[in-house]
Design a protein. Structure first.
Length: 286
């Protein structure tokens, strides 16, 4: 199974340290930001221990495509109200794409954004327009639009809204989807009936477009549209339902990434990965 978590990228080892953190959780996948998600400050790529990262990945049999880049939150391609925000979305996403290429990763997870004071249709149209301004992506790079909870003025809360963005793109073949279980639950989908949800996803978007899964429980009732992650088995989705996503054979080739909250200021990922693997071993011994 391909399972990992969000990991830090910090001094002094940067990307090499990110891989070591993932290995400490018994993970074979990871997701990271190339810098702080709230601002545009970025270190030069030559400072990030890229060669050391790849040597460590190879030593542990982890392909580079299991390293997922998450675009920073400050990128809002759906904002048509403030031209400077739209300009930043295009320029900074282009820089993040270049950094992803330099790292040797493949997938960039991107929030479709918020329409702020306009409406959903305007947000969808604006998001597609801004992504088209980014231009054709480099060979092998895929931007994965994330399924969103629908809080505030977020777009992407339904498979149909995501499909409406993809339909407007000049190069839709270089875009995919990141399926977040917490967000999808909060948007109203029933994760307990995951195969029906996947059937709907396949009918609207095509299951081949799903490249990344964020495996999170939710503190909210289904359909609350609030986006509050919970630890596995500590929320309204429940461990067994999340395990059924983890172990679903239709999703076997897709990296699953934990973004669950820290407990007492410590990452829970080693324990949560252990829980998933233990449950998998129990099921397959029967």
């Amino acid at each position: 199974m391909i399972i990992g978590s969000h990991v830090r990228m910090a001094s002094p080892d940067y990307l090499e340290g990110s891989v070591r953190e993932a290995l400490s959780y018994d993970a074979n996948a990871m997701m990271l930001y190339t810098g702080a998600p709230q601002n545009t400050r970025r270190l030069p790529m030559e400072a990030l221990h890229i060669d050391e990262m790849h040597a460590l990945l190879q030593e542990n049999g982890i392909p580079a495509e299991h390293v997922i880049v998450h675009a920073p939150y400050i990128i809002n391609p759906a904002n048509s109200v403030k031209p400077e925000v739209a300009e930043l979305a295009v320029e900074f996403l282009q820089k993040e794409i270049s950094r992803t290429v330099a790292i040797g990763a493949r997938y960039i997870v991107l929030h479709p954004g918020s329409y702020t004071t306009t409406d959903t249709e305007t947000g969808i149209r604006t998001c597609a327009e801004q992504l088209n301004r980014v231009g054709k992506l480099p060979e092998g790079i895929v931007i994965c639009l994330e399924t969103m909870a629908g809080k505030g003025s977020e777009i992407g809360k339904s498979f149909e809204e995501l499909a409406a963005i993809l339909e407007r793109l000049d190069h839709p073949e270089t875009y995919g989807i990141c399926f977040d279980t917490c967000h999808t639950h909060d948007a109203g989908y029933d994760i307990a009936d995951i195969d029906s949800v996947l059937d709907r996803f396949d009918a609207v978007l095509g299951l081949e477009r799903m490249h990344v899964i964020h495996l999170n429980d939710s503190k909210n009732e289904r359909g609350a549209r609030k986006d509050r992650h919970a630890n596995l088995g500590q929320g309204q989705i429940g461990f067994e339902n999340l395990y059924r996503v983890f172990a679903n054979p239709r999703l076997a080739a897709i990296p699953k990434i934990l973004e669950t909250p820290y407990i007492d200021d410590k990452p829970p990922y080693a324990e949560e990965i252990r829980m998933l693997k233990q449950r998998y071993d129990q099921e397959n011994r029967q």
